[in-house]
Ligand binder design. Structure first.
Ligand code: RRO
Length: 320
């Protein structure tokens, strides 16, 4: 256990600037990261400028919007609808294409660990996108889990053999840590996690959004342009906790948790379940960019008051 040399009273989150939060420094799959609160793919990540702003707001890591070989305009609007406990989205992977993004990333001033997210329709498309992006980022996230894009995302990420093949084809060709982002829309997420690990993934991100739909009772039609979408926000947090808990128990590689984190307690819960770091998505939209400093301050105080290090906390709920 890492003991603090100063008392609780001497170090308070109000006095400590982010740069001094050494207690929050961590390492995931060989990547050093200044704190474990990471921007999830899909929010503020369509341009490197957005990622840079989030990094300046205190995120330890930032993740790009998922990028494919060709530009995509996405699904027809409406793309987002508020529902009980969160939001349904069906953006449809809008992105400028990996080559354009790579151009924009050159000379970037992003002061956080940078994850590049990629998607594809086949192992070959994933491999090509990942190879183009890898030189410009610190780690690659494979989006195997978009819940509403035909032949992409979770259409791929629910098949363990395909997951293993995709990860394997990329792991041997890039020299950056490789993370597989998994869908919760499966009977047993551990099987998909195991397949990604067997393919050579360095880490897992769990979870992407859950499949959902909202229907307008006046028009009697689905609200989203794509009809169905992915549910995010507090409603999916318990699903994320259970998924991370199960994956941590079964896998040897680190797990980055994601799903409905809004408060410091939500963040700690995922870490106790086994997450080495945690992604924030919907809360950036609902609470603003101050959420990164707010969550880090809460975590700092939580650790400091208990004289614990971050690594003491990871997976601690499994001790009982
Ligand atoms: O772009 C989207 O519609 C989207 C993606 Br790529 C994803 O991974 N998860 C999600 O809920 N929406």
């Amino acid at each position: 256990m890492e003991k603090s040399s100063a008392s609780k009273k001497e170090i308070s989150s109000r006095e400590v600037v982010m740069a001094d939060h050494d207690r929050l420094k961590t390492e995931i799959a060989g990547l050093s990261i200044s704190n474990p609160v990471i921007l999830a793919s899909g929010v503020m990540g369509t341009t490197p400028g957005g990622l840079s702003r989030v990094a300046s707001a205190g995120a330890g890591g930032v993740t790009s919007k998922s990028l494919g070989l060709d530009p995509r305009s996405g699904h027809p609007s409406p793309n987002v609808v508020e529902v009980a406990g969160g939001y349904l989205n069906a953006m449809g992977l809008p992105n400028p294409g990996v080559e354009e993004y790579v151009q924009e990333l050159r000379g970037n001033d992003i002061e956080a660990t940078l994850f590049g997210s990629v998607y594809g329709q086949s192992p070959e498309e994933f491999r090509r996108a990942a190879k183009l992006l890898a030189p410009e980022v610190d780690g690659i996230e494979l989006n195997l889990s978009c819940p509403h894009a035909e032949k992409l995302g979770s259409a791929i990420g629910t098949d363990p053999r395909l997951v293993e093949n995709i990860v394997h084809s990329i792991a041997r060709e890039i020299d950056k840590p490789l993370f597989a982002k998994l869908t919760p829309n499966v009977a047993d997420i551990r099987k998909i996690g195991k397949a990604a690990e067997a393919g050579g993934a360095d880490g897992i991100v769990a979870i992407n959004t859950l499949k959902g739909m909202a229907i307008d009772v006046t028009t009697m039609r689905p609200i989203l342009g794509n009809k169905s979408g992915g549910l995010s926000g507090p409603a999916i947090h318990p699903v994320a906790v259970k998924s991370v808990y199960d994956l941590y128990e079964r896998l040897s590689i680190p797990v980055i948790g994601a799903g409905g984190v809004e408060t410091g307690e939500d963040l700690i819960e995922l870490i106790l379940a086994g997450a080495s770091a945690v992604q924030i998505g919907t809360a950036v939209a609902t609470k603003g960019m101050s959420v990164f400093k707010e969550l880090n301050s809460f975590l700092f105080d939580y650790l400091n008051s208990r004289e614990l290090s971050l690594s003491d906390l990871v997976g601690k709920a499994h001790e009982c």
